[in-house]
Structure formats: C-alpha cells, structure tokens
Design a protein around this ligand. Sequence first.
Ligand code: G3P
Ligand code: MG
Length: 258
Amino acid sequence: MTTSHPHIALPPLIAHRGLSAHAPENTLAAVKAAHEAGFQWVELDVQLLGDGTPVIWHDATLKRCSDGHGRLATLDLAMVRKLDVGAWFGDGFRGERMATLSEMLDLLVSLEMGVNMELKVSSRRSGTELAEAVIPRLLEALPAERLIVSSFDQPALRQARAIADASLLPIGVLSESVPNKWQSRCEALDAYSIHTDWTRLTARRAREIKAAGYRLLCYTPNDPAAFASRWSWGVDSAISDDPGLYADIAPPPTTAVR
Ligand code: G3P
Ligand code: MG
C-alpha cells in the first residue's frame, strides 16, 4: 500500500446517515443534529435522480422515508422538492426537504464536518456515472482530511480512483463481510479503509487488516456493550445510528494518524 494518504483524524464514532436515531436519516436536520450532539463526522448516502441531480438518499425508492412513491431513477428535482422527507420520522421534522449533494456539502463546509460519503448504487444503475457526477463536487468542497468516499460498488470506486489519486481522495471499500481477496481489492484501489458489517467481522480478519495498515470501520453497531470487544480488535470507527449511546462505554480516543 502507498503512504500517500492524507492524515485524517478519524473519530471513533461516526453518525450513520447523520444522527439517524434522532432525526430523519440523510437530511440536513440529521447532520445538524449530529453536530449539535458533538459528532464531527457523518456517514451519508448519495445517488442520482433521473435528471442527474445528486441527492442524499439511501433507498432506490421514496416510500420508506417520504410522503411520496416512486423510484429515484424516474424523478427529477422539481418532483422531489415537493416531498416531505421529515414527517415520517416525527412531527418536529415536518417540512424537511430532500437534500441535494450541493446543499449538503454547503452545510458540511459551514459546520467544518467530515463525511464518509457512500456512493449508493441501486440495481440497474451505474456506479461509474454516479462517481463521475459526485466526485468532482466532493473534491471541490472538502479537503481530503475530512472526506472518505466509500461504496459496495466496484465500478463506482474504480471510477472515483480514476478521477483522483490517494493523496486527494481517501477511498473506503465496503463489504458486508470482508472477502478473502480483500487485500488485492484494496491495493487495486489504493484504498484508505475497509468498512464492514460489525456482526460479520472476525478478530483474525480485523488484525490482518490493521497489520496491513488500513483503517477499519464498522457499520452499524447500535449496542455499545455488544460491540465493546471490537475496539481491542483494532477497529478504528463505529458508524452508529446513535453514537451518543457510547458515552458510558468509552471507545478509545481518536486514532493516531497514519
Ligand atoms: O456505509 C456504511 C453503511 O451505511 C452501509 O450500509 O445500507 O446503511 O448504506 P447502508
Ligand atoms: Mg450507507
């Protein structure tokens, strides 16, 4: 692996989809809530509307997190602007609108926050196209020290790396369980980190990853007691819906820079 990655002060706790246990996920409100609760990094999902606008959204459809229906791939910005994406979560969030990537980046910049931006590629959509639309905007808005781009989608990550080298763009390789070929995959992408489902991670694999010099992030542990042993495995960050739960079971301090 190279040593050209930026020095990120990666925190032990990252708010998943913003502070999604306390505000509607992937909204400006959820990021503001994370900041107000003292969390400086968030994980967010980005994908494209049918008109090519990048928006902060997890699902391929609107149903779960809005008052509308339909697939993002068939919608344009004017259509999604009419949706309420907060009321499903609670009356206090009524009137929240779907955030464009541009709006979200403005907020992250103003709050001086870091982001693990997941390129979310739903079935039948192009990861390459998503990366082409999103990566230049991320690079323009945020310093490399406050940015990780992650994805389950290999074409998206390959395109991201083709756009920017490791000194400008830290890449996180996402997988539900870490595959046997994890190291060659990371090397091909000059990756910064591996992100995996914490319930599928083994101590042995965690130690291999750390010994090779990669950062190790886990999603989505919401039970600090159940997760506690993983810190000693070398996990750098827990990406949690409710990172405030960890107050009583303190993770290690911010990991040293590489
Ligand atoms: O980036 C970690 C995690 O968010 C991946 O899963 O489905 O919550 O986007 P998902
Ligand atoms: Mg995600």
